[in-house]
Design a protein around this ligand. Structure first.
Ligand SMILES: [Zn+2]
Length: 324
């Protein structure tokens, strides 16, 4: 299992802990817009989020009586009302005192997430530096159930996501459990690293202007699919480089990543492909015209591509004739 260097420092300044300040109550929608659909560029806002919530309801139609009938719609709106009650940051210092070192990341679930976020950003900071650029950090927001974002209201049912309008990653940490119970993954903590590195991949795409070239399309060779597969590839690149990347304190934060960790990342990728989700959690049929993230096989392939090369330049899903 992935190991953090016990003496290395964690930087909780990269996290905004908004758990406990949510509207609370009510069950989530279950997994849905997984893999961090960019929920709208600046100004995209609530309309897009509503659309994604409705898609989530359709995916998990059974729970709400199916389809986009009135029952589903009211399920969606009550969730959005909850989201409106979201407050602001409660107690950032609690996380800071709890998560100080790699030893804490080895011992505590939420500190481990801090460690992954730190390691991912250490990698990109070094990568940008090597090309003469400065990497602007992106905060990860921990929230419970519902959250206000620069892209509109977010909720747990959407899964983790990156908002390009405020350059933040949002995650309800209960998602790790959803991965096992709803998506049927084997679990394994490195799945968390993969998911977070995928979301930070979207941050990189926003910084490089890649996401600006892509609209909200769908289909097997759509810009959306290419963007998502590239984020998977970037996640693999980080995984390859994590154990050789020094942090701000000069120490390498992650000391060991095992074959089992990589298997866990690939297993997760294989359970969040469009075909898998549509077949197992949606209508029961795979409809390529609705693909936005790529198939399970493609997601595995591009994570592997990043992991085997360790080079973000080898993640050119836009130039690739064959996505796999
Ligand atoms: Zn994504």
């Amino acid at each position: 299992m992935v190991k953090f260097n016990e003496g290395a420092s964690l930087n909780t300044g990269q996290i905004s802990d908004q758990r406990g300040s949510s509207g609370g109550g009510g069950g989530g929608l279950g997994g849905g817009g997984l893999g961090g659909i960019p929920i709208g560029k600046a100004g995209g806002g609530i309309g897009l989020v509503v659309a994604i919530v409705l898609i989530a309801i359709q995916l998990f139609g059974g729970k709400f009586g199916g389809g986009s009938d009135t029952g589903s719609a009211s399920g969606g709106s009550s969730l959005l009302q909850q989201a409106a009650a979201t407050g602001d940051n409660v107690d950032a210092s609690a996380l800071a005192s709890e998560c100080r070192t790699g030893a804490d990341a080895n011992a505590k679930d939420d500190c481990r997430v801090v460690g992954f976020v730190n390691s991912i950003q250490d990698y990109w900071a070094n990568q940008f530096k090597s090309t003469g650029k400065t990497y602007p950090e992106a905060t990860t927001v921990f929230y419970s159930q519902a959250v206000s974002t620069g892209c509109g209201q977010g909720s747990s049912g959407m899964g983790p996501f990156y908002c390009p309008a405020d350059n933040q990653v949002y995650i309800d940490l209960s998602f790790w459990q959803d991965l096992k119970t709803q998506f049927g993954t084997n679990g394994g903590v490195f799945a968390e690293g993969y998911v977070l590195a995928h979301e930070y991949g979207h941050h990189i795409q926003a910084l490089l202007g890649t996401s600006d070239r892509v609209g909200s399309d769908s289909g097997p060779t759509s810009g959306s699919v290419r963007l998502e597969l590239q984020a998977d590839c970037y996640a693999g690149v980080w995984a390859k480089n994590a154990t050789s990347t020094p942090g701000a304190d000069g120490q390498i934060l992650i000391s060991d990543i095992t074959d089992q960790d990589i298997s866990d990342a690939l297993d997760t990728a294989s359970k969040i492909g469009d075909d898998y989700i549509q077949t197992h959690l949606g209508s029961g049929r795979s409809d390529p015209s609705q693909y936005t993230h790529g198939t399970s096989a493609q997601r595995e392939k591009w994570f592997r591509q990043g992991f085997s090369t360790g080079d973000p330049a080898q993640c050119d899903t836009f130039g690739a004739k064959d996505l796999g």
